[in-house]
Design a protein around this ligand. Sequence first.
Ligand SMILES: [Zn+2]
Length: 119
Amino acid sequence: MVTAMHCHCCDCQKSTGSGKATIIAIPESSLKVKGTLKYYSVVGTDGATVNRGFCENCGSPVMSVVVGLEGWEGIKLIKAGSLDDSSWVTVNASIWKSSARHWDAVREELPTFEHNPQN
Ligand SMILES: [Zn+2]
């Protein structure tokens, strides 16, 4: 795991049907995926392509890959809620505070970024 964070971007809100996605960043080389995911591609707020992988049977969002955004090469973003055991996950930051909803407020005790961390 590189980090785990709450992402409050509009795209994560749409894809989860909630106020944020809790995502775990994992290097591609450390990840083994069994089975196949269906992918839906969107252009994120920063202009990068986000390939959102979901279970073709139940529709649950599982994993995303960001293409064309510096610093995210080779990183897979796993939806924490998709894991059978997420007890080991520690959330380190909140990102995209700029689009957070009042009904799912940013945890201000965490390092918080208005957009992506490098912005
Ligand atoms: Zn997001």
